[in-house]
Design a protein around this ligand. Structure first.
Ligand SMILES: Cc1ncc(COP(=O)(O)O)c(C=O)c1O
Length: 693
């Protein structure tokens, strides 16, 4: 870490306090070159003193031109990161191995921003912060004349030495900004400013010392110096300072002096201060969403603030819409268009030289399996797999009832009888200990369903199948990427079925499926069943070998699936991470939410974050009103659907766990694009539901 001392968490920080002493009438390029040079020299000096993180004031290489309106200054804006100033700063960062926060006037296509580039200690560009609150257009503060309102929010930058947050100048008057960086665990927050005037000087220290204390981080406040001739309104007073997480100033610049304010800060003080000042407790106790309605009411009662429409306040904007939308990136769209333009659209004889053929091979390689047959849906995959495995009239197939109806339907459609075994209440997968009792001389296959991202306990199932000469036909529709005892392959059974419908781990274009097996014979039968029963020599004989279906996957969907397969592990990881965040938040608040378990044998992808909750249906309704899409899972177990009761005589009470949990299961939104604040929003809403009765 920092080069200031040898201790692991000590970082030497430098605040570069400068002003613009070049007459503003000089050409802009001359002014910028002179200020870049001055700041480069100060950066070099600070680095020589061992500083590791350096920040500069707002718009450091121009005068503070926003005191008047003059369109001439538009030409001072330049791109980040490829413009000359940030290129120079990146060179300095690399040369001195320092992190640099460089605030400049940014040009992004046709928009200009009051921004700060963040550069890591190897010179790499980490990103940009754009001033969020652009001051209203009035005397001495004409920023809206120069700067657009940005939409980048409040990113935290993971640098080589610390996690940084930034807000620029006027942003500091909005405590929500300071809080968000605490919530996001920033370690040092910089506030590059250009501020002058008596009132501002009093507020300068007062406000931000409290922020550091209330949010538990170090804070570096940077001001410029001098008067900025000839636009002489009031003097920029300097007094840049570094403040610790107890709100104490540890180093401060002079009034009006150009200098680098350097101090060593120990990042471990953050944890210590949080203990002393209970900052952690403050974070646990905060309840941001409860203020939303109050802000709406207050805003409507008092009239809208300048610049805001009625009912529109910073807090109101925190209302979120947490709704599922499948991921469809440009890369996927490009693949689809390519496949469309190729004109093939379907594989005439399931040939391998096609997107479908490559998708099969790539999917098999991903699983470590031998053969794949791409089909139109998970239903089609299951249907084909079960038929290929030989299940038909007179046979029984053992499965579970608390899952998707396709599972029962394919058994019935091949002419066999479904024999249900109840589920385990903790995993919500088949209760393996009950399978043996369900085996009869008519049993042809066991059909375990891997629900929600967790596989069934496969070894005892394989053993039973081996002992009784049964096929294991697996429903893997919900377990792309899941592992059993460290292996994806071990989840597959004799033959397995995957789904790519829009709510699955990957979604092709909304529908799709795959049959997967190592068995040459099962694979060949599956291939024929999916394509009108046509066998290897169909081109010569024009004769179908079997009565089959048209279950071919379109080339366009296969092309999209191929792209998605390269991302599915990342998405699975994100779903797991989201679930872990939920588990943490739910435990902190002691909410009555039970997550399905992850036994030692399984890598649970949390394709769905399924929980068991009291008063499920009221909670769903309440969350819906908050903009949160959280749905029950299966409301009726398969055996209690009317056709099953009528045809097979199933009745209520036969599978008590399944019948109970269908009234309790709730899927929490954990889709990959959701962020921690989204998840907090969901948990805040659940918290309100249970606490307010
Ligand atoms: C467990 C299970 N089996 C089968 C299916 C059927 O897949 P599809 O909807 O693609 O036909 C699904 C998904 O919907 C499923 O979740």
């Amino acid at each position: 870490m920092g080069r200031g001392k040898d201790m692991a968490r000590v970082v030497r920080c430098g605040l570069v306090q400068v002003g613009s002493d070049i007459p503003m009438t000089e050409p802009i390029a001359t002014i910028k070159a002179a200020l870049n040079e001055k700041c480069s020299r100060l950066i070099g000096e600070a680095a020589a003193q061992g500083a590791s993180i350096l920040a500069l004031p707002e718009l450091f290489n121009t005068p503070y031109f926003a005191r008047f309106t003059d369109a001439r200054w538009y030409a001072a804006a330049e791109p980040i990161p490829d413009g000359p100033t940030i290129t120079l700063m990146r060179e300095l960062a690399r040369r001195y191995a320092v992190v640099i926060v460089a605030p400049i006037y940014e040009l992004d296509r046709n928009a200009r921003y009051n921004a700060a580039a963040v550069i890591d200690a190897d010179g790499s560009f980490l990103g940009v912060y754009r001033k969020h609150h652009v001051p209203t257009y009035h005397t001495g503060n004409y920023e809206q004349f120069y700067f657009h309102q940005p939409d980048l929010g409040f990113p935290v930058f993971e640098t080589a030495y610390a996690r940084l947050g930034i807000y620029i100048c006027y942003d500091r008057h909005f405590p929500e900004v300071a809080r968000i960086y605490g919530v996001k665990q920033a370690e040092i927050v910089f506030n590059p400013s250009a501020t002058g005037g008596k009132h501002s000087e009093r507020v300068w220290e007062l406000e931000q010392q409290a922020y550091a204390l209330n949010n538990g981080y170090f804070l570096g406040a940077l001001n410029r110096v001098g008067r900025g001739q000839p636009y002489d309104v009031s003097e920029f007073f300097g007094k840049s300072y570094l403040c610790n997480p107890l709100g104490e100033i540890v180093a401060q610049g002079g009034r009006g002096t150009e200098e680098v304010v350097v101090a060593d800060i120990d990042l471990d003080e953050i944890a210590r201060s949080r203990e002393i000042w209970h900052t952690n407790r403050l974070y646990l106790d905060r309840r941001p969403t409860t203020y939303v309605e109050m802000f709406v009411e207050a805003n409507e009662a008092t009239g809208a603030q300048p610049g805001a429409r009625k009912g529109e306040t910073a807090m109101v904007q925190t209302r979120r819409e947490i709704r599922f939308k499948p991921i469809m990136t440009q890369e996927m769209k490009d693949a689809a268009v390519r496949a469309l333009e190729d004109g093939k659209m379907i594989r005439s004889h399931l040939e391998k030289d096609s997107d479908g053929g490559r998708f099969e091979d790539e999917f098999c390689a991903y699983l470590g399996a031998k053969h794949g047959v791409a089909v139109t849906s998970g239903f089609a995959a299951l249907h084909v797999a079960l038929m290929a495995a030989g299940a038909g009239p007179g046979d029984e197939v053992i499965t579970e009832p608390r899952t998707f109806i396709s599972v029962g339907d394919v058994i019935v459609l091949v002419g066999a009888t479904p024999v249900f075994v109840d589920v385990d209440p903790e995993t919500l997968n088949i209760d393996v200990s009950q399978i043996e009792a369900a085996i009869t001389p008519r049993t042809r296959a066991i059909m375990p369903v891997h629900n929600n991202g967790l596989t069934c306990d496969m070894d005892p199932i394989y053993e039973l199948a081996h002992q009784h000469g049964l096929k294991v036909v697996v429903d893997s529709c919900q377990t792309i990427g899941s592992e059993y005892k460290g292996s994806r392959h071990a989840t597959l059974g004799d033959i397995g079925a995957y789904s790519f419908i829009r709510n699955k781990s990957m979604t092709c274009g909304g529908e799709g499926g795959m049959v997967v097996t190592d068995d040459d014979e099962l694979a060949y039968r599956s291939m024929m069943l999916a394509n009108h029963g046509r066998g290897r020599d169909y081109r010569e004989t024009h004769n179908s070998e079997l009565i089959g279906f048209n279950y071919r996957l379109s080339e366009v969907l296969a092309a999209i699936g191929r792209v998605q397969l390269r991302h599915v592990d990342d998405w699975n990881h994100q779903r797991r991470t989201n679930t872990a965040v939920y588990q943490e938040l739910v435990a902190q608040r002691e909410l009555p939410i039970v997550f399905t378990s992850e036994p030692a044998w399984g890598l649970h992808t949390r394709m769905r974050c399924v929980t068991l909750v009291p008063r499920r249906d009221q909670l769903v309704e309440f969350l819906e009103a908050q903009g949160i899409q959280a749905s029950p899972e299966y409301r009726v177990p398969i055996h209690l659907n009317r056709p099953y009761m009528e045809k097979f005589g199933f009745r209520r009470g036969q599978f008590p766990v399944s019948e109970r949990v269908v009234n309790e299961t709730l899927i929490l939104p954990n889709w990959p694009p959701l962020t921690r604040p989204d998840l907090e929003y969901v948990v805040d809403a659940i918290d309100r539901f249970y606490r307010n009765g």
